[in-house]
Write a protein that binds this ligand. Sequence first.
Ligand SMILES: Cc1cc2nc3c(=O)[nH]c(=O)nc-3n(C[C@H](O)[C@H](O)[C@H](O)COP(=O)(O)OP(=O)(O)OC[C@H]3O[C@@H](n4cnc5c(N)ncnc54)[C@H](O)[C@@H]3O)c2cc1C
Length: 426
Amino acid sequence: MSEVKKAIIIGAGPAGVAAAIRLTKHNNISCTVYELRPVPTTLGGAIGIPSNGLRLFDRLGLYKTLSTKGSESSDVRIHFAQGGGVVEAESVPKEVREKTGHSFMRVKRVDLMDVLLGTASEMNIPIHFGKKMVDITEDENTKSITVTFSDGTTDTADLLLGCDGIHSAVRTQYVDPPCQPEYSGISGTCVIFSTSAISAEKFESLQAINVCFTTEGAFALVPCTAAGDEIFFVFSRKLPIPESGDTKDGWEEHRKKEVESFKNMLLDGVLQSVRGKWGEVLTQAVNSTNSVSFYPIFRLPLGGKWFHGRCLLMGDAAHAMQPHAGQGVSMALEDVFLLSRLLKNKDSSLTEVFEKFEHVRRPRINRIYETAARNGERRKQTSPWALWAKEWIMWAGILAMKAVGRQQTLISDPEDLVYDIDAVDI
Ligand SMILES: Cc1cc2nc3c(=O)[nH]c(=O)nc-3n(C[C@H](O)[C@H](O)[C@H](O)COP(=O)(O)OP(=O)(O)OC[C@H]3O[C@@H](n4cnc5c(N)ncnc54)[C@H](O)[C@@H]3O)c2cc1C
């Protein structure tokens, strides 16, 4: 039988903290979270959360606070580099917005974590920072699992959740050691800048998800605060593995090169071919950046193991995917809600709970993972002629869909955005 009274959660990212909140509130399970970093992360960037994920934040009781921090809109503007024109589209179609009550939010990662950690703190959920897990053992007699940390302390519970991200130690040391992250072939440079950096008459056009494909890769400029005064800027493109290899040093070399050449590469190269007002906006945005972050995109191969004994992987630890469908955090939340539902059935053993979890989640994860990989391909280098054709095909496609009243979206199929994990048969 699966009665779980206590859970240890490794990792205080979105998956770990959301799991602690949900299992405490909904399942009356006593949760303790252990995080490797010495303090809550202040690492930057912004996270896009579409309707399927926002609905779960709502059920978690966090949506209201989140909406005071992030910018929510479904408007997308695709700016044509070659033609200088613009076409309006949607990230979340009207029908999906009506069914879910939500559209698409972009929120700074640090704000998202503030909301999650603040709620956990109000609920007195213990979160211990600076804790490095070194060992996991199970005892069949007491039906328990024990985690040992590098400072010699231990903790024992009925259930262990590995929510420690793509480089998960729980996965590599306990659940599925051979499963290692792989480079997706795409890297990005990003920065958050103030709208005051853009002159007023151009600024109006930034209050939407702004996308522009070029011959070298894609730009996105998205407001990420409720006041709309800060913009998340990202340029992503195909980039090969460093010449010196897929190693920490190799990527550090790549990072330095990309960050140092960022302004020149864009201002003297890519942006020369972006016409019209939008080219000026991008130029001002690039000129306003002082320091940018470089991130190569890694993912986990599909098909890895998700559980072993009394331990389950969730979020990126189980199924890290490319961010190009904006679904990583939402997938973590869907994991959390499904586990919470399954644990309500006290007649099932933990193994049965985990098997059911995998049965429900596997097809959904595979589908979103493939969508993200497909979306990522749009960033690949093209010739000016191929870009010209791509822009016109996109323009014609969007207008044709609008003309026949079909729902269209740039990030995921409408059925994926309306998906409700709480309504799935289990
Ligand atoms: C550049 C980029 C852009 C992205 N954009 C989006 C987006 O727009 N929308 C979206 O939904 N997703 C996006 N994602 C993906 C999203 O960040 C992840 O899916 C999400 O953070 C997963 O949450 P998680 O809690 O599973 O893992 P993480 O956020 O990685 O959190 C894991 C936590 O575990 C901790 N940890 C690691 N190892 C240990 C250990 N051994 N012991 C204890 N703690 C440990 C880490 O310090 C961290 O705090 C993006 C990712 C990247 C890289």
